[in-house]
Every structure is written in C-alpha cells, then in structure tokens.
Design a protein around this ligand. Structure first.
Ligand code: SF4
Length: 330
C-alpha cells in the first residue's frame, strides 16, 4: 500500500469561549495517500474546517489550541515545528484553497505577482522564470490569454477566474497536499463543476493528495475517493465513496443522505430532514454526540462514547469505519 502523505492521529483542538471550552475536533484520526481525494463532510460546526486549520497551523491562539495528537506530514509531526518551519511548509508543500478567493488574494497586487512570488521565494528561482511559470499555470487552469492576464488585479477577474487563479497559486510550488475548504460554494453550479474537475485533474496528474472539505454530498459523490463524515467534532464514519453511498452505516450519515436530492435524479423518495439541532460543543455528555437526534438511540448511547471501528469488529479490514453502538444492525 502507498505510504500516506498525511497521517492525522487523535487530533484534538479546543477553543476557550465565553460560554466554556469548545472541543471543536475530538480525537480525530485519518490518512491521505498521494493522488487520493479525501472528502471531509458534515454540517457547519462539525469540525471539518477546524481540522483543516489545525493541519495548516492556523488555529488562532491563545483562544484555540491543539491539545492532543499528531499530524504527520511526510513522516514529520507538524505540531513539533516552530513558526518558521511551518511557514516553510504552508503554501509550499501544503497548499490551501478557501471558499472566498477575495479574502486570500491581495487586492493591491497583480495576479502574476501573487502567483510568481511564492515560486521565487520557496523554490529560489529568478523572477523572470517565476513569471514564466505563472503564465504557464494560468494556462493550465484555463484562463484565456494567460500572458496578458498577469498584470490584472483580482477585482478585474470574475469569481470563477479568481478561484482558478487561487488554484494556480496553490499549484505554484508543486505541493504534495492541497486542502480545499468549500472551494466552489460561492460559484454557480456550472463553474463549480468546471473548477472541481480541473482541480482534481491537476491533482491526479501530479500525484497531489487532495482534502476536499464540503457540506455538498453531490460534490462528494463525484470527486471523492474516500469520505470522512464528521459530527460534533468527531469522526463518525469513514469509507470509500462507493461504499458510503451504497450502504451508509452511521445513523447520521443515513440522515444526511436522506436530506439531499437523489444523485440519480430519482425523486420518488421524499426528502427527510434530520430533526433537531447540531450539538452544543460546550456541553457534550460522555456518550454519543448524535444521541439527541438519533432515531435508534438506546440507554448506553447516553453514557458510552461509541468507538470508531469496522463493522466486522476489531479484526475487520478497517475499510468501512463506523462510530455507532449498533454496528450489527447498521
Ligand atoms: Fe444513535 Fe446510539 Fe449509534 Fe449514537 S451510538 S448513532 S445514539 S444508535
């Protein structure tokens, strides 16, 4: 099996708020292999974006802290790096793409400068070479007449073009891992599909691992190799996309699937929203975080936190993990 480029182990990230301590990510573990697309899905507040920020070393301190775990990137624990060490990796070997490119692009700098600068800095190449590579990257992300666009400012690009420019920036230093957090949510459906197709195609061709954070199960079905489902800061199910869609096991995943229109266009089944509210992360009890909303909850669900395990038990092949006491009926 290919050695994972990223191994997250028992990651626990907390924030101190006026209302108490929020455990936003609670003992989360997963791997990502080179060339693989892992989707992390869940409602807002499920911990998926905080997981990304933890990997990127962008948890705001002192309110937030990573209290436990390891984030092994290419075998090295990112949590043991100092700030300059992390800066050398972020934007270079690990790139990120956020939902709103205007918050990541500098409005006062040309697109060409913003793509070429990290190439010059991280790869130590002369400015002229870096600008040549920026032109090439804009061409790869299908921006027409790329050479003439180098001098444009972000506000002169459309939303879709800005997101393409962000992808070009992300690819500039040939990262081994790209983390894309809701990268196309603000765009219309056609542009969304074009950009995700492009991102995945470029990632596959270069063997780059991709973590796609989304609440959109349509995006997951189309692009993910594997899926990690988060609820209340915890990982509740993880499987190949194919297995998850064919036979979701966790009651929350089943609820999510029932909430979205069928991907095959079949409208004969009614949509069933999940009743109740996402959990208050300052007041999670000792048991299962999904218990107040779970139609299958039992007495032990209130007191014992279900372990993430394969339905076949500890000796199973660990390919379809589920954190529910009702493994046998799930
Ligand atoms: Fe529902 Fe209990 Fe399973 Fe949690 S552990 S999902 S409450 S059945």
């Amino acid at each position: 099996m290919t050695q994972p480029i990223l191994q997250v182990r028992n990651l626990t990230t907390r924030f101190r708020t006026d209302r108490g301590v929020v455990t936003a990510v609670d003992r989360v573990s997963f791997d990502v292999a080179p060339g693989e697309t892992l989707a992390i899905v869940g409602e807002s507040g499920s911990g998926k974006s905080v997981t990304a920020l933890s990997i990127l070393g962008l948890i705001p301190r002192p309110a937030g802290s990573i209290d436990e775990g390891e984030i092994l990137f290419d075998g090295k624990d990112l949590l043991k790096l100092d700030a300059p060490g992390m800066r050398a990796i972020r934007g270079n070997r690990i790139a990120m793409i956020f939902q709103e490119p205007m918050s990541s692009l500098n409005p006062a700098l040309t697109i060409g400068k913003q793509i070429a600068e990290p190439i010059r800095l991280h790869r130590g190449l002369p400015w002229k070479t870096a600008l040549g590579m920026a032109t090439e990257l804009l061409g790869q992300v299908q921006i027409p007449e790329p050479a003439s666009r180098l001098g444009a400012y972000p506000h002169q690009f459309s939303g879709g073009m800005r997101q393409r420019a962000m992808i070009a920036m992300a690819l500039a230093c040939r990262p081994q891992l790209i983390i894309a957090d809701e990268p196309t949510t603000a765009l219309d459906v056609t542009v969304q599909a074009q950009i995700l197709d492009l991102l995945q195609d470029l990632a596959r061709r270069t063997g780059t691992a991709l973590i796609l954070i989304t609440h959109d199960l349509g995006v997951v079905a189309r692009y993910a190799d594997r899926v990690a489902v988060m609820y209340g800061g915890r990982l509740v199910e993880m499987a190949s996309a194919e297995a998850l869609y064919r036979a979701p096991r966790h009651p929350y995943t089943r609820g999510l699937m029932a909430c979205v229109p069928r991907l095959d266009g079949d409208t004969s089944q009614p949509l069933v929203p999940i009743e109740g509210q996402p959990p208050d992360l300052t007041a999670l009890g000792p048991g299962c975080a999904f218990r107040p909303r779970c139609p299958l909850a039992q007495a032990r669900c209130a007191t014992v936190r279900p372990a993430l395990q394969d339905a076949a038990g500890p000796k199973g092949d660990s390919r379809h993990l589920n954190a529910c006491h009702l493994q046998e009926i799930a």
